[in-house]
Each structure stands twice: as structure tokens, then as C-alpha cells.
Design a protein around this ligand. Structure first.
Ligand code: CO
Length: 466
């Protein structure tokens, strides 16, 4: 019997997409043992924006959150999303930092590390992959992930080549990550058949979003075409900018005669548990009704929904909404000049801001952001297609060429660890504390200070009482 398995995303991507990753651990602790019985391929519960959000907004230690989830879900693979050399932040970290981060992630309970690079420059995956292999337990899975986008250079052949490369590098599974939800059923069919033909048995995963309304059709076609695992969210946390609904796809697949490993009773209980939690955050305004609807604009403009709302907010701030149409047209033009990068963090912000700047200044590239300059210098990796030659010359000078090595090369110095220890002093109790500081210095320091203060409060209280 044919089999398709499910990765449940409610704890990470659904939480991130619908409510800006503001779901505290206390809200889902009680359901974890039940989720452990559901029969998921994995539960995506960590990485992405959860780490930053724990420290910055929720007053939680992300490592402690992971350990608690691990304790309550001993039987399910726990999965994280890792942005290659960027880890969970927005810059390139040194190789020794990347290696230690992966080591600690596995040590604290992660089984599946899904590793991607915004530009699909696979040099940026090498260190994280090597570390995953080095610290692997018998349940560790290194998943090589491709940022999916559409452009004249992003053909099926190109994606097949990328997959072959990921297999060669030693990844255990492959994932197509359609962060904007713009992959059509037709495209899914071509891609998945092409990839399956080329790389054979290695498990293939499809990650998409409902943003444009195509996810169910795309997933159905992907399943017909041979995909092995799909990412879904428990139904009350599904749809809109999130994933397709777990129970709905389970129901449909049963009629297909496809095995899923899911326990119907349990997945329904999981949904029942999360319903009042969702309602609480709708009432609080944390979940914006807009994020729950369908927005087909991304199909027209080829711009992800989040990027569009960002642009509108920027233009409104500057009282320049009359430039909206012009700015919208400028986005694909800037993207072409930059060699068609996938519009995912941080590229989506860079392309969007440059397009708005070009339009507001009234002259293209009169002002160029430092990030875009660094992109042309090659600091983010290699662009998918050649960049515009005139613009490259304007930024790098006549005959200037981008660097052709990874910027963090030869920088395995240990300096980040020394600096973090010095800065934190007694606030740092563990390697995990040090790592939190290296990734998000200001947020980690504030969190660790508060942790110390809170503990002292408890101690004083106990003494007085005695
Ligand atoms: Co996603």
C-alpha cells in the first residue's frame, strides 16, 4: 500500500505564520503527550523564528522549551528549521558557532534538522550538514532543503540538479520549501516526477503554504506524483498563511487508499485542544484575521504576501501610498537585476526595500542599501542567475568581482565564545546560554539578567519566611 506521512507544524510554522511566533510553551504543554501518539512523521517545533521569539517576546529559554518538549514527546521525531550558515539569525555565523549550535540542538532533543539557504547556495549548508553527521544519534535526520521560487532560470532541470547535489552532499532526505505558496499543482507534478526519476528512493518532502489558495491542489498533485512526506497543521491552525489542514488531508488520503500512520482519534483531539487557544489569540488581536484568508495577489505579482504587507506598511509610514503600483512593478525589476533570488528572508526585505527606495527617490539605484551592496559583493552567496552588469559595476567598481569563497572561511577562531563569556560573566551558566548570546546578544543578555533577578527574588522570599 502506498504511504504518505505527515509533519505537524502547529508548534513552529503555523504558530509563526498566523501569530508571529507568539505561542508560549505553557499553552501547548498539556497536549504534547497526546501529540506523541498521533503517528506523525515528525513534529516541527523549534528553529525558524521560535528561538528569537522565545528570548525577545516570551521570556522563555528556547533550549529549555526544547528539552521540555523532548521529555513529553519521547516517541516522535522533533524537527527544526535551520537557515544554514545563518542558523536562526540574520547574518552568517562562523563555522565553529554553527557546529556548536547543531551539537547543542541534537543534545537538547532535535532529531530532524531541515537545512536551507535563502539563495540555494549549498556552500552555506556544508558546515551545518557536517556537524549534523558528526553529532548524529541513531534517530538524527539531515534534511536538505531547497527554497522554491519561480523565474526564467528556475526550471525543473535546475531543481533536479540541486536535488542531485544535495544527495551527493550526504543529506538523508530532500525537501522543497514553497514559502510563498506559489507552487501550482502543475509545477508540483513536473518537479516531483522529475526529482523522483533522478534521485530515486530518497524521501522527498513538500512544504507549502495556503497563502494563495493552491496548497490542497498542489499537495494532492504532489502525492499523486510520488511525494513521501507533507507538512500540515492541525486544522484550527491551518489555512491562510499557514499550512494545509492535517485532518482534511488525512480524510482525503484515506479515500485514495493511501496509508498515513496517523491516528484519527488523536489528530482530532489535538485539534480540539488548540481551538480555544486559537480563539484566545484572535480575541487578543495576536492573530490577524487577514492572515487567515486567501490572498491570490502573490500569483499575480509573484510577491509573497508578507512582503506585500510590509511594503504597504512602509509606504503608508512615508505617506506614499500613491506610489504603490509603481513600487509593485519595481519589485520584479529589482529581482531580475539581482539575478532572481528567491524572495525569502532576508532577500525579500532587501528586494522590497530597494524597490520602494528606487521609486521614492525617483531614480533607480541612486541610493543603494548596504545589504544590497553586500549581496553584490557576494557576501550572501552566489546569485541564481548573473546579476545586472551595469549595476554590478556601479557597486563594485570597474572590473570588480564578488568574492568567490564563503565569507566565514578560515574564521574558526573561537572568538565568539570568548567574547560571549566575557560579556555574560556569571549570567552564563551553560553552553546553551553562551550560544543564545552569540545568536541574539541583546535579547539573550536581557533574558539571562531577568532569569537571575527572578531567582534572587525567590531566594530572598524563602529566607525571610524562614
Ligand atoms: Co514555511
Amino acid at each position: 500500500m502506498k504511504k504518505v506521512q505527515f509533519t505537524e507544524t502547529v508548534l513552529r510554522d503555523a504558530n509563526q505564520s498566523l501569530m508571529a511566533t507568539r505561542l508560549p510553551y505553557a499553552d501547548f504543554e498539556a497536549i504534547l503527550p497526546k501529540m506523541d501518539e498521533a503517528g506523525y512523521y515528525s513534529v516541527e517545533c523549534w528553529g525558524g523564528a521560535t528561538f528569537d521569539s522565545c528570548l525577545r517576546y516570551l521570556g522563555e529559554d528556547p533550549w529549555e522549551r526544547l528539552r521540555k518538549i523532548r521529555e513529553r514527546m519521547p516517541n516522535t521525531r522533533l524537527q527544526m528549521l535551520l537557515r544554514g550558515q545563518n542558523l536562526l539569525g540574520y547574518k552568517h555565523y562562523h563555522d565553529d558557532v554553527v557546529e556548536k549550535f547543531v551539537e547543542l540542538s541534537i543534545k537538547n532533543g532535535i532529531d530532524v534538522i531541515r537545512i536551507f539557504d535563502a539563495l540555494n547556495d549549498f556552500r552555506n549548508l556544508e558546515t551545518a550538514l557536517a556537524a549534523t553527521k558528526k553529532y548524529a544519534t541513531d534517530r538524527t535526520i539531515a534534511s536538505g532543503c531547497i527554497s522554491y521560487t519561480q523565474s526564467p532560470v528556475h526550471t525543473v532541470d535546475k531543481y533536479v540538479e540541486m536535488c542531485k547535489k544535495l544527495v551527493e552532499m550526504g543529506f538523508d532526505t530532500l525537501c522543497l520549501k514553497d514559502m510563498a505558496g506559489t507552487m501550482s499543482p502543475y509545477e508540483a507534478e513536473g518537479l516531483i516526477k522529475g526529482i523522483k526519476d533522478a534521485v530515486g528512493d530518497i524521501p522527498l518532502i513538500l512544504h507549502t503554504h495556503c497563502t494563495t489558495g493552491m496548497a490542497y491542489m498542489t499537495l494532492t498533485k504532489a502525492i499523486e506524483s510520488g511525494v513521501d512526506v507533507i507538512d500540515t497543521a492541525t486544522s484550527c491552525f491551518s489555512n491562510g498563511t499557514s499550512q494545509a489542514a492535517t485532518e482534511t488531508l488525512f480524510y482525503a488520503l484515506q479515500q485514495y487508499g493511501i496509508e498515513t500512520d496517523l491516528n484519527e482519534k488523536v489528530i482530532n483531539e489535538v485539534n480540539d485542544y488548540f481551538k480555544p487557544i486559537k480563539q484566545k489569540y484572535i480575541d487578543k488581536g495576536t492573530i490577524n484575521p487577514k492572515s487567515m484568508g486567501t490572498d491570490s495577489q502573490a500569483l499575480v505579482y509573484k510577491v509573497p504576501g508578507g512582503m506585500l504587507s510590509n511594503m504597504i506598511a512602509n509606504l503608508k509610514d512615508m505617506n506614499a501610498m500613491d506610489k504603490f503600483d509603481e513600487a509593485l512593478l519595481e519589485i520584479p525589476a529589482v529581482r531580475k537585476d539581482m539575478g532572481y533570488p528567491p524572495l525569502v528572508t532576508p532577500l525579500s526585505q532587501m528586494v522590497g526595500n530597494q524597490a520602494v527606495t528606487n521609486v521614492l527617490v525617483g531614480e533607480r539605484y541612486k541610493n543603494i542599501s548596504n545589504e544590497v551592496k553586500n549581496y553584490f559583493k557576494g557576501e550572501y552567496g552566489i546569485s541564481p542567475a548573473p546579476v545586472d552588469a551595469a549595476l554590478e559595476e556601479k557597486i563594485l567598481g570597474v572590473g570588480g568581482k564578488p568574492i568567490d569563497c564563503r565569507i566565514e572561511d578560515s574564521k574558526r577562531t573561537g572568538e565568539d565564545f570568548v567574547k560571549a563569556k566575557e560579556a555574560l560573566g556569571e549570567l552564563a551558566e551553560t553552553e546553551e546560554d553562551i550560544m543564545s548570546y552569540i545568536c541574539f546578544p541583546a535579547q539573550a543578555e536581557a533574558f539571562l539578567k531577568k532569569r537571575k533577578e527572578d531567582r534572587e527574588k525567590v531566594v530572598k522570599y524563602t529566607i525571610t519566611e524562614a
